[in-house]
Design a protein around this ligand. Structure first.
Ligand code: BGC
Length: 324
């Protein structure tokens, strides 16, 4: 291993976050740029490569100071071969040999993993899951990602794609998902789904004080729906509460499947804080069995936007140390 520092990158549907960790695991530099996913893969790839150079320069380092890049990216992949098969929320990402391309373009070793896996690993080593042995994370953003830590290790499964919890089926024959299935959890519990379901309800004839702005072409976000719910808009209250219920039911499924100590909720939707956590915990409490005392704690992530960067860099560091 040459350099002492590691770069962590977290690619999301909206932003690319990057940071540099020193050899003590401390985040010494971070930045974020827009993903601009609508321009397709090659455009986003150029932004990723540029971002690496910009980070190194801005942190006053040289490429020789960097041991490896850890990169978290959405969608099913082969961790072994470094190929991203597809990204449900990123147009034009299909069968991309990303690790080889990224490594050739930057001249640095690259470790490729799922975006939610790296966030889960970050929360496990330095955030809300610190001190646990078994934890699960759900990232609630453009889609829903999942990451599973079992026995202190990231669990990738036999085919590298364990923890695609956003694509577990919440509703039989439900809302279509860009992944090709119907009724995926992320079509009900993600930040995007909150806004979409609210607009669909308006289109189906329900009423809300936000109706006029939607009809005037304004794009609603989950934050708008959450604020409307807080202000007492009955439709927003219903959509928000249903969202929390779907998430609580997902936590029950996780409890019965993996029995972790903790389920950590992360991603943009947790900006709602207690407005999200309290009803999710409440529905969980009401709906889950009382047959055993094995309820996982449900917590909000504590590392915010840094979870993916920290987790990706830490995974890259341990892979490059094991290669050395
Ligand atoms: C993808 C996951 C990803 C999640 C969050 C889902 O649609 O399938 O791999 O972790 O979105 O980005």
């Amino acid at each position: 291993m040459s350099g002492k520092h590691t770069i962590g990158i977290d690619l999301g549907g909206t932003n690319i976050k990057a940071g540099i960790l020193d050899d003590g695991g401390e985040l010494i530099y971070r930045c974020s740029i827009e993903t601009q996913a609508e321009h397709g893969f090659e455009h986003v790839f150029c932004r990723l490569v540029e971002l690496v150079d910009n980070c190194i320069n801005a942190a006053d380092l040289a490429k020789t100071d960097i041991a490896a890049i850890g990169y978290g990216t959405p969608g099913p992949m082969s961790h072994e071969e470094g190929i991203v098969y597809a990204s449900p929320n990123l147009p034009g990402w299909e069968n991309i040999p990303l690790r080889a391309r990224f490594s050739a373009a930057t001249g640095l070793p690259v470790t490729l993993d799922n975006d939610a896996n790296v966030a889960a690993y970050g929360e496990f080593i330095a955030g809300a899951g610190k001190g646990t042995r078994d934890m699960v994370m759900l990232t609630l953003g453009t889609g829903i990602g999942g990451g599973i830590i079992l026995n202190g290790r990231l669990h990738r499964g036999a085919f590298d794609n364990a923890a695609e919890i956003g694509h577990t089926i919440a509703v039989a024959n439900g809302r279509p998902c860009p992944c090709g299935q119907r009724g995926c959890l992320e079509r009900y519990g993600s930040a995007n789904a909150v806004a979409e379901r609210f607009v669909e309800a308006l289109e189906a004839g329900e009423d809300s004080p936000l109706k006029a702005s939607v009809e005037a072409g304004e794009t609603l976000t989950a934050v708008d729906v959450e604020r409307a719910a807080q202000a007492g808009d009955a439709l927003a209250v219903r959509i928000w509460d249903e969202t929390c219920l779907y998430l609580a039911l997902a936590c029950i499924d996780i409890q019965h499947t993996l029995n972790p100590e903790c389920v950590v909720l992360g991603g943009g939707l947790i900006g709602a804080g207690d407005q999200l956590l309290k009803p999710v915990r409440g529905h969980f409490q009401q709906q889950s069995w009382q047959l055993a005392k094995d309820h996982p704690r449900i917590e909000l992530a504590t590392l915010g936007n840094d979870a993916g960067i920290i987790g990706a860099a830490a995974l890259a560091r341990s892979e490059s140390e094991s290669r050395a």
